[in-house]
Design a protein around this ligand. Sequence first.
Ligand code: NAG
Ligand code: NAG
Ligand code: NAG
Ligand code: NAG
Length: 386
Amino acid sequence: MDSRAMVLEEGKERTTNQVKGLPIRLLRVFVLFVVICAVFSVISIYTLKHFGIESVVTTTVMRSGFQPCREEPGSFSELEDWIRPNSNPIHNMSDKELLWRASFGPRIKDYPFKRVPKVAFMFLTKGPLPLAPLWERFFKGNERLYSIYVHSLPSFQPQFRRSSVFYNRHIPSQVAEWGRMSMCDAERRLLANALLDIYNERFILLSESCIPLYKFSFIYNYIMKSKYSFMSVFDDPGPYGRGRYRNEMAPLVNITEWRKGSQWFEANRKIATSIVEDARYYPIFEKYCTPACYVDEHYFPTMLSIEAGNALANRSLTWVDWSRGGAHPASFGKSDVTEEFIDRVRSHHRCKYNNKNATVCFLFARKFAPSALKPLLEMDSKVLGF
Ligand SMILES: *[C@@H]1O[C@H](CO)[C@@H](O)[C@H](O)[C@H]1NC(C)=O
Ligand SMILES: *[C@@H]1O[C@H](CO)[C@@H](O)[C@H](O)[C@H]1NC(C)=O
Ligand SMILES: *[C@@H]1O[C@H](CO)[C@@H](O)[C@H](O)[C@H]1NC(C)=O
Ligand SMILES: *[C@@H]1O[C@H](CO)[C@@H](O)[C@H](O)[C@H]1NC(C)=O
């Protein structure tokens, strides 16, 4: 019994031992497995963490390395760096460098950001802007819809107050002579500077003797909604038109393609770019259109009517009075400026606007003497609308 019991006990023990022995071995294997797993996961977590930390460290190092660069010109890491308009138009580029830089343009039509288009008002002046107070009033409250560029004699020192719309808007300039290529150079310089601001969509050339004839919003909409650029272009068969053509300009420009037009133009971004990028017509006009061929009356009108004729309205937005004859248009001073006069300048015109008959044909007028400022400012704001 005892032995049996012993045997039984033994057997029991054995069996229990056998039964117990199997899970213990399993347990050992399991524990070993768990330990190996734990070691592996610790190693892998450590390595992951280590490399992870290392990559985070490298990116922060790289980022912190990039950050100061972002403030330096020439480093572009975000779209904002490409589209932010330069608040100060002073730069160090030569004309050649500037025109090249300004000829850059996007080839994808849709802008990947909200772009409220601006009108660039480009003032081509000798020096002071005597009618500036009138323009200040005109621009007031429309800050996001325009930009201003002023080209004056390089010797001129502008003295506008910080609060003025003309403060810090003078571009690096050179002497521009009436009827000479240097005048077209100045206009291209203005366009090129204005093209650097991607928000500028329309570009209007004005002089120091120009005045606006309507309030800002009216002018903005009129220009912005026009399908055509307001470049005055006509074929004058007389001595002051075709008479200035030279046979040496063929075959690039045939006499039948020779055009004349007013210097005071309005252009959209595409036309502005084609003026800035031109290297084909420029040398021919520079060489053969010299006084008495006044190049600023022929170069852009002829080139653009050949290259982009159907994009032009063939008329100028700037009213001028040639009725008194002579080489220069009439100038208006203190005694001329009355409500009736402004009304006469603004109305009784006929033209096409987006292929429809229109009576509003001019948005600006010249030439106004400095003495015209006082009566213009004193005029009832209902007359001009601002
Ligand atoms: C333009 O360049 C000159 C020398 O090349 C330099 O002295 C001057 O500081 C530069 N001006 C600007 C605005 O970068
Ligand atoms: C100018 O063009 C016309 C037709 O457009 C042509 O008949 C004429 O021969 C051309 N003249 C010259 C000088 O090329
Ligand atoms: C302007 O004249 C050109 C021809 O030089 C013509 O193709 C174009 O349609 C004209 N523009 C308008 C608005 O009529
Ligand atoms: C536009 O004006 C012309 C004259 O300049 C006229 O013959 C024509 O009938 C007018 N068209 C419309 C639609 O009023």
